[in-house]
Design a protein around this ligand. Structure first.
Ligand SMILES: [Zn+2]
Length: 416
């Protein structure tokens, strides 16, 4: 057993370590890993913090075993709409054999890099919110707007038994949210990436039917020939989008439509020409694309492939709401102004995949995706996910400025 995998080490407390880092590492050791996350321990951990900080704690069980924990710091003017600091508690699975250290030991190396599943996605952010609020409370600060921290389950498997249900509950309406912060991505340069919208995920299964027969003959109109045409049309589109991303320097992955063939099924035997085949595609569409026209294009590719070609949606997200990044928007002004004051370089992008922010935006609320990790390689869902403790601590500093600015946004016209 490697020394760093020795469980006896896990309980060690380094007296020189910043207590925020110690708390972060403690949270990382809770195995909230899909597909069987230990949510009970996470909820107890959050409740303990809530009582430590003197925050009101509410638990909403949106479905059996799926609890949203909300810690609330009441504002001095609770009539005003609130600030929601959202984070998810679950993490994606690991392939332990590819990890340098036990992914749930939160091992810290001599450079201060903390290795753990969830170090970037997104247990860092949860603890940064908490520690920023701890600091502001210790300073005796108060703000007009109420601040809620929500900790939600199941984001990594689509949020269907988490945020998607929560936004439809009366308890969510009672929070009276005006603006939300949620997760973003690391950036390897000095810049911080900020996400103001997301792509729409479309999961499509194309089914083709054709003439069956013996494998020794030239059967006309086979399913395979039609499938060939379908795949060619879809993958040629993929190639065009890929080249567009490559050649137009200002574009990011969030600006183009990504498409992948992810499953292929059909056939029963070597010598039997099958009458049916299917192909599954994972398509991610930016908010700038006309969805109706895009679907017409898919339909025309299927029609052109021959008779008996149909498709069905397994996921079809159509809400294309984006959050304003205009200086005239009071929330954005508070967010970007604070970052400017802290000499942070920001880059605004469309999130290339999907997060719980889409449910918040679909509920008509502005949401910014932001995980304060610059000078950090993007390692979410990757082996050896880590975050440096200095980057983590700087993130607390950033929230300790952002939260007051957002919670002090003057009453909006609708609130006056
Ligand atoms: Zn995440």
């Amino acid at each position: 057993m490697l020394p760093e995998k020795d469980p006896k080490r896990l309980g060690d407390r380094d007296p020189k370590e910043d207590p925020s880092v110690t708390l972060f590492r403690e949270y990382l050791r809770i195995k909230t890993v899909q597909p069987d996350p230990d949510y009970d321990t996470a909820v107890k951990f959050l409740e303990r913090i809530g009582s430590e900080l003197g925050l009101q704690c509410q638990k909403v069980e949106v479905c059996p075993g799926r609890v949203i924990t909300i810690l609330t710091w009441r504002g001095t003017n609770p009539q005003l709409c609130s600030i929601l600091l959202n984070s998810h508690t679950d993490v994606v699975p690991v392939f332990e054999e590819y990890w340098r250290y036990d992914p749930f030991s939160a091992f810290k190396d001599s450079e201060g890099n903390i290795y753990a599943r969830g170090a970037q996605d997104m247990k860092c952010v949860s603890i940064q919110y908490i520690e920023a609020i701890r600091r502001l409370k210790a300073e005796g600060r108060h703000f007009p707007r109420t601040i809620h921290m929500s900790f939600v389950p199941d984001e990594e498997i689509g949020g269907h038994k988490g945020m998607e249900m929560f936004v439809k509950r009366p308890e969510f309406a009672t929070l009276n949210v005006g603006f939300a912060l949620d997760e973003g991505l690391a950036n390897p340069t000095d810049t911080f990436t900020v996400f103001y919208g997301e792509k729409c995920p479309w999961w499509i299964k194309v089914k083709v039917e054709g003439n069956p027969g013996h494998g020794s003959r030239f059967i006309e109109n086979t399913a395979a020939e039609k499938m060939h045409r379908v795949i060619t049309s879809f993958l040629e589109f993929r190639e065009r989008e890929k080249q567009r991303l490559k050649s137009e320097k200002h574009l990011t992955l969030g600006d183009v439509t990504s498409l992948n063939l992810t499953m292929l099924n059909g056939g029963i035997s070597f010598n039997v020409v099958p009458s049916e085949m299917s192909a599954a595609f994972d398509i991610r569409i930016p908010p700038t694309v006309d969805l109706k026209a895009f679907e017409e294009q898919l339909t025309s590719w299927c029609r052109a492939a021959g008779e008996g070609v149909t498709y069905e949606f397994h996921q079809k997200y159509t809400d294309q709401s984006v959050t304003s990044t205009e200086e005239s928007d009071p929330w954005w002004k508070a967010f970007s102004g604070t970052c400017r004051d802290m000499h942070m370089k920001l880059k605004c992008e469309i999130f290339p995949a999907a997060t719980d922010s889409r449910y918040i935006r679909a509920a008509g609320l502005p949401a910014i995706g932001f995980s304060p990790m610059n000078r950090t390689p993007v390692l979410l869902h990757d082996h050896n996910e880590f975050l440096n403790e200095q980057v983590f601590l700087h993130g607390i500093e950033i929230y300790a400025h952002l939260i007051p600015a957002l919670a002090s946004v003057p009453p909006l016209p609708a609130e006056a």
